[in-house]
Design a protein around this ligand. Structure first.
Ligand SMILES: NC(=O)c1ccc[n+]([C@@H]2O[C@H](COP(=O)([O-])OP(=O)(O)OC[C@H]3O[C@@H](n4cnc5c(N)ncnc54)[C@H](O)[C@@H]3O)[C@@H](O)[C@H]2O)c1
Length: 258
């Protein structure tokens, strides 16, 4: 059942970017595995449809909630996390999957696009963690998974602002692991390679040759599916490898090997 009110649902995992792509795949997997999910995204309509899909998989009533917010706005982000906590009794996991790209080299990236990349991809994760961490600390356990990008580790053209922002996500996550480990909280970064989501599909629908070229360079010879990423994220966030923290894990079909 999708909930927007009564505080009767048990503790949950908060997932950002949950209306689409990797965030949605994580929410679907969590719901299917019986976890409560607080779904956050700026796309309110997409979020409603995504929540209906999760609710169909959820095993228990009152486990899926939705909270529309622009995560580049710190006040709106804090309000979304607090709203989730009016529905669920607590949080034991956070998945920061919200993100997007504005391209450009160091020379042709405008001030506005630089700030937009940092706000959308790095500050958003910071605002969410700042609001959620006191609740994980109070619970004495928790797991944070932040989605960065292979681009932060292995440059591609025209990604000055985006790569810098995702690099900040990696450093921020290591800092979280260091400072909050004593509270029983793990923090890890997952770096996707090329995953077939709306973020990439728009380009490859226009340029099928570009997708063929990219796939030919990937050792597994194909793009990844969002659910293949979500499988790892859910393992990390639900304690399946509870001694793993502060790590940066690439899920890229081997692309980082070439
Ligand atoms: N798809 C890939 O190949 C790939 C590769 C590397 C990294 N990533 C990263 O994975 C994450 C998920 O990307 P995806 O491919 O699923 O993209 P997507 O576009 O399918 O989903 C991203 C979601 O984030 C939401 N979002 C963006 N900015 C937001 C904001 N300011 N406030 C609230 N919500 C916001 C969007 O509305 C969307 O629903 C992103 O951080 C992206 O940078 C993806």
């Amino acid at each position: 059942m999708i909930s927007s009110g009564a505080p009767s649902a048990p503790s949950a995992v908060l997932v950002t970017g949950a209306a689409s792509g990797i965030g949605l795949a994580c929410a679907l997997r969590l719901a299917a595995a019986g976890h409560g999910v607080a779904m956050v995204d700026r796309d309110a309509d997409g979020l409603a449809g995504a929540a209906r899909r999760c609710a169909e998989r959820a095993s228990t009533a009152m486990r899926i909630s939705t909270h529309a917010a622009d995560l580049t706005d710190p006040a709106a982000t804090a309000a979304a996390v607090n709203a989730a906590l009016t529905v669920h009794t607590g949080l034991y996991g956070v998945v920061n999957a919200a993100g997007a790209v504005r391209g450009g080299t160091a020379v042709d990236t405008t001030d506005a696009d630089w700030r937009w990349n940092l706000d959308t991809n790095a500050s958003s994760a910071f605002y969410v963690c700042r609001a959620a961490l006191p609740h994980l600390v109070a619970a004495g356990r928790g797991a944070i998974v932040n989605i960065a990008s292979l681009t932060a580790l292995r440059p591609i053209p025209d990604r000055a602002g985006y790569a810098a922002a995702k690099g900040a996500v990696i450093a921020f996550t290591r800092q979280l692991a260091y400072e909050y480990g004593p509270h029983g909280i793990t923090a890890n970064t997952v770096c996707p390679g090329a995953i077939r989501t709306p973020l990439l599909a728009a380009r490859f629908d226009r340029e099928p040759a570009a997708e063929r070229d990219l796939s030919a360079r990937i050792p597994l010879r194909r793009m990844g599916e969002p659910d293949e990423l979500a499988a790892l994220v859910v393992l990390l966030v639900t304690g399946g490898c509870g001694y793993l923290t502060g790590q940066t894990i690439t899920v890229d079909g081997g692309l980082s090997l070439v």
